[in-house]
Design a protein around this ligand. Structure first.
Ligand SMILES: C[S@@+](CC[C@H](N)C(=O)[O-])C[C@H]1O[C@@H](n2cnc3c(N)ncnc32)[C@H](O)[C@@H]1O
Length: 214
């Protein structure tokens, strides 16, 4: 599998390669992604990578981290030990996870969908919808290509490197697939300029029966 091969090659250097982005851009955003999930019992960090979200997991919640790459999971295991984070690490593909229906109270993925090729976007969203409880939130942090001409041009210059280094793209159309999955987009917010956005989706609420329905 291309994604697995890519990440098995870069796992050892991933944190160093990504360091400037992590400190200058991602780290300030991560607390927002995890905020308000303290009431959950069980949360999935989908595409956990080297475990960069670990510092922000809500306290007292049973955490599970899934990743396709054993090499990235090995780095996550090192971070788990160093930080004393309680997280169960699972090797698996996000399009066919080993979890039963409605396993999680919330599912969070940061920079996973930008790595998934277009043909995997829909199956991955369907899988998240299956394993997340109907009332649970699915939070997806992703890149978007900027509408600002200068920023857009810079992103286009970077794009070949991003594809080569991470197998990622800035212009995945994850949001467009949500309706097809039956998921409802409940929030959409840019957290960095107009280039990193948080999508929050969930199953549509089934209206309570009115008196006339009974
Ligand atoms: C760009 S990294 C993001 C890591 C982490 N979430 C973060 O915010 O730093 C993407 C991760 O997704 C994983 N990945 C790629 N394809 C996957 C798939 N089909 N199923 C599960 N994980 C996958 C990669 O192995 C990699 O660890």
């Amino acid at each position: 599998m291309a994604g697995q091969r890519k990440y098995s090659h870069i796992a050892r250097t991933y944190d160093i390669l990504d360091l400037p982005f992590e400190y200058l851009r991602y780290r300030p955003l991560r607390p927002t992604i995890w905020s308000g999930l303290d009431e959950c019992c069980r949360i999935l960090d989908a595409g956990i990578g080297t475990g960069r979200n670990m510092d922000y997991y809500p306290a007292g919640v049973e955490m599970v981290g899934l990743d396709l790459s054993p090499a990235m999971l090995a780095r996550a295991a090192v971070r788990r030990r160093k930080t004393g984070t309680a997280v169960h690490l699972v090797e698996g593909n996000i399009i066919a996870t080993p979890f039963a229906d409605d396993t999680f109270d919330a599912v969070v993925s940061t920079f996973l969908f930008c790595v998934l090729p277009p043909d995997l976007q829909l199956p991955a969203l369907r899988e998240l919808a299956r394993i997340c409880k109907p009332e649970g939130e699915i939070r997806i942090l992703e890149y978007a290509i900027s509408a600002n001409p200068i920023r857009r041009a810079v992103m286009k210059l970077w794009a070949p490197w991003i594809r080569f280094a991470y197998g990622a793209a800035f212009d995945r159309e994850t949001e467009q697939y949500l309706a097809t999955t039956g998921l409802q987009l409940v929030a959409r917010r840019f957290l960095h300029a107009d280039t990193i956005k948080l999508l929050v989706a969930r199953q549509p609420l089934v209206p309570a029966p009115s008196d006339s329905d009974l």
